[in-house]
Design a protein around this ligand. Structure first.
Ligand code: WT7
Length: 650
């Protein structure tokens, strides 16, 4: 056993693109060559070929005042026109933009012509409500077409949207409204979730009571048909305003650096950061990656990204990337298991989905339920599968490819962040030999590196800190109202290089493996271990459905590995003897990675604490493992979970 075992879990499977897939691939290897030869020229070419500019740009990148980048900044465009009008003008008005499926099973089909019309009406209404260029509009909606319409209408008039996920509380909504000083909120009476109506308007009313008072107008979509309180001075029904507005709207062109949106994300401190994205560069990279990473053939593909528009994935890969590329997509309001656990697969069958983009946590929960559920549906239209949000362990990757993808279609694992705006590291499905568990290679035009804590480049293999070494088109332009925090958080550690906060290693082929947030890296007796790697090992055991690992303080070894494991439904018999099950899993990890990685404890539990976006809150598990009082649980999807887990552990 060597001192460094942070990559002892060898993954050796490789999957070459099939000749048929490679032959029809939209991306060709020349992209890498072009980007290597002239990185800025490459991005300028992409911006010109993927987007419609009202005024062409002459400057590609201005990096004279780092870390504040300007891309294509003397060019002018309208983001909404790029997502809508130009497709209609090109004769694609009858193409379906959105196949919307509501949770109760109601549905709507919206063409590009119809979507353009609706956005023009909404743009007129926003202008009537006093929203001007640069003003902030908060959007707090369920996954209904009006969410997409609202975002594009805000963009169309040069205002800035701040979408707040519909699962956030009144308090979180209020703090986001206040931070951005939004003047308008767009919401709905209610939305559907697991068969019940959640009353969004009520939450908005509550948030506005708590907020500092910047909001003057509230636009309300009728969706839940639930009773709502009404303030005649402030509240307007969508169907009475947008429904009656003119569909005549002359778009203005805005500078490429016109702010497009703010999206709040949690940092290491309590206060959420308002990540700011702008127009030309963001749209270029969103469109480029959406096209090349998913091998998009807009004339025949039916694309489905399961993310909510309240997250960055929903911004870049439900709204901006797909619509800029003229794609046809599915938009789904509900959850995977309502009214039955085959709901997603029923939707894939119904619309003939060809490209599916989702998260490992979803895949693992389907694994837990077993393959018989997806097997009841026809999934043969699928041809590309994507994953995002956390490292996808090889077992889940293989299951995804086999059970959902039928065994032979590409799975792309895409690494990026709210801050990066678009995909940064991923295979390209017609080009790259796929390696389960590795996010693989920077996309063309992106430069990343792995450094030691002291900022030294790590030669060859070995783990370290992931940095982005050159500015990229869709990079965040700052934190809303807090330029100092922007510099401190991302740029202070390594000067001119962007510090992503993730650990990573490069293997002998130059492929990148993400090792989790650096705060999830453990140090056991001086050996570095990744939580992700031990979780991957645990999940590879046939009994395991899900696992979360934390580094807990230990008197002798510094930190010790503590695991929380959910057993598969089919293996629950083993849970009857939790002592035996945990012993088996400890031995398994020791066998697979090395004795140093053997968890000190493996707790068999029924649930893991997850945020509303599906991220496991290891901080809370660490509190439990270290015998402390459990910290703040308000961002959990279900705040009672920690009590249940604590009871099981004790
Ligand atoms: C963090 C960013 C990007 C949209 C969803 C999350 C982790 C994301 C991967 C991946 C390993 C990943 C990283 C990153 N992450 N994708 N494919 N492999 N880790 O956006 O909430 O801004 O979170 O998610 O730790 O830093 P986010």
């Amino acid at each position: 056993m060597t001192a460094q075992i942070d990559h002892a879990l060898e993954e050796i499977r490789r999957f070459r693109p099939s000749p048929e897939f490679a032959a029809q691939s939209v991306a060709d290897p020349g992209l890498y060559e072009a980007a290597r030869t002239d990185r800025l020229g490459f991005w300028a070419d992409q911006a010109r070929s993927l987007l419609q500019w009202e005024k062409p740009f002459t400057r590609t990148l201005d990096w004279s005042n780092p870390p504040f980048a300007k891309w294509f900044d003397d060019g002018e465009l309208n983001v909404a026109v790029n997502c809508l009008d130009r497709h209609v003008a090109a004769g694609l008005g009858d193409r379906v933009a959105i196949h919307w499926e509501g949770e109760p099973g109601d549905s709507r089909t919206i063409t590009y012509a119809e979507l353009t019309d609706e956005v023009k009406r909404a743009a007129n209404v926003l202008t009537d409500l006093g929203v001007g260029e640069g003003d902030r509009v908060a959007i707090y909606l369920p996954m209904i077409p009006e969410a997409v319409v609202s975002m594009l209408a805000v963009a169309r008039i040069g205002a800035i949207h701040s979408v707040v996920f519909g699962g956030f509380s009144a308090e979180s909504l209020a703090s986001r409204i206040d931070d951005a000083e939004a003047s308008v909120v767009i919401t709905a009476d209610g939305g559907f979730r697991k068969g019940k109506i959640f009353p969004l308007k009520l939450t908005v009313d509550d948030a506005l009571e708590r907020s500092a008072g910047s909001v003057k107008q509230v636009l309300v979509v009728r969706r839940g048909e639930n009773e709502v309180a009404w303030n005649d001075e402030r509240d307007h029904w969508w169907h009475e305003t947008v429904g009656r507005a003119s569909n005549d709207h002359e778009p203005k062109a805005f500078g490429a650096e016109q702010p497009l949106f703010i999206l709040y994300t949690s940092g290491t401190t309590g206060k959420p950061k308002g990540i700011l994205h702008t127009s030309g560069g963001y749209l270029t990279q969103a469109a480029f990656t959406h096209k090349n990473v998913f091998d998009l053939h807009p004339e025949r593909d039916v694309y489905w990204c399961t993310a909510d528009v309240g997250w960055i994935t929903g911004h870049s890969y439900v709204v901006y990337g797909p619509l800029a590329n003229g794609a046809t997509q599915v938009l789904f309001e509900g959850t995977p298991d309502t009214p039955h656990p085959g709901r997603w697969w029923e939707i894939v069958e119904k619309y003939g989905v060809t490209i599916l983009y989702t998260a490992p946590t979803a895949i693992r929960s389907f694994m837990k339920l077993g393959r018989q559920i997806p097997h009841e549906f026809n999934l043969r239209t699928l041809r590309v599968l994507g994953s995002v949000g956390e490292p996808i362990n090889p077992e889940a990757w293989i299951w995804y490819r086999h059970v959902i993808g039928g065994g032979s279609i590409p799975v792309v694992d895409t690494w990026w962040q709210t801050e990066t705006g678009a995909i940064m590291i991923s295979a390209l499905p017609g080009i790259t030999d796929l390696k389960p568990g590795s996010a693989q290679v920077p996309i063309p035009g992106i430069s990343v590196d792995i450094l030691t804590d002291e900022g030294e480049h790590i030669v060859g293999e070995g783990g370290g800190l992931l940095v982005i070494t050159e500015p990229w088109p869709s990079m965040l332009r700052g934190i809303w109202g807090d330029p100092e925090r922007f510099k401190e958080t991302y740029w202070e550690k390594f000067g001119d290089k962007y510090f992503a906060g993730d650990g990573a290693r490069r293997d002998e082929d130059g492929d990148f493996w993400l090792l989790g947030r650096v705060d999830d890296v453990m140090n056991v007796s001086g050996h570095r271990l990744s939580t992700a790697e031990i979780e991957s090992s645990l999940v590879a055991h046939p009994w395991t459905a899900e696992a979360a690992v934390v580094g807990a303080h230990d008197e002798t070894t510094g930190q010790a590995v503590v695991a929380f494991v959910i057993l598969k439904a089919s293996q629950e018999e083993h849970g009857n003897d939790a002592v035996l099950a945990s012993e088996e899993l400890r031995t398994h990890v020791a066998r697979q990675i090395g004795p140093i990685a053997r968890p000190r404890q493996v707790f068999i539990v029924n649930e893991l604490p997850k945020t509303r976006s599906g991220k496991i809150m290891r901080r809370l598990l660490r509190d439990l493992a270290e015998g402390r009082e459990i910290g703040d649980t308000t961002t959990l999807a279900d705040t009672s979970i920690m009590q249940i887990i604590s009871a099981q552990v004790r």
